[in-house]
Design a protein around this ligand. Sequence first.
Ligand code: SF4
Ligand code: SF4
Length: 199
Amino acid sequence: MHPNMVRSILTPDDYRRVYEILDTSPLDFDCGDLCAKRCCQEYQPGVGMYLLPGEEKLFTGNEPWLKWSFKQAEDQDFPPEWKGYVAFVECNSNCPREKRPIQCRTFPLMPYMDLRGNLTVRLDVLNGVFLCPLVRYPQKHPLRSEFRQRVLEAWRILVSDPLICSDVAWQSRNLDRDIRSPWRKLLQRVTFFRPPEYQ
Ligand code: SF4
Ligand code: SF4
């Protein structure tokens, strides 16, 4: 691991608890059957995911299904409070299910914090609109309510870390801007795509 990682107040045990809460699935059947596990494929060159600060402690760095790199937070789309390096992992689409990182467990939901600090979860239209049928066709594939509840419960624990909380607020403002953007309005006009929670 990099010696100057963005630090977290969450412990490995906190992360293990969050992983346990997130041992659940969005649908009653394997949603990968709908799309040939698209989010686990290299659908764009170099696609991967960031681990949350401190999550890297659950890994050795030698997992054969992960390729690691470390990115300076200040150069990426993170809030200015994030100083140091964050782990970025690319996978070979073959990871053990119990080792899935948080981002893989919570997708296709993302945490959303309103301007008053209220936390909810929403469909991740920032990353999922062209990728995931559960985001693209939410009426056809409604998520299990237990999945929504567990993802929210997990994020409630995660945002107890002030840096993760600031990132959730940061990404929520990104989502607000994206929802109001001209390209999103065009997409709605052309495809009638508009998830219920954004109406
Ligand atoms: S989360 Fe979406 S993209 Fe990923 S496997 Fe399920 S349906 Fe496919
Ligand atoms: S780490 Fe695992 S769950 Fe996440 S995208 Fe890769 S194969 Fe899929």
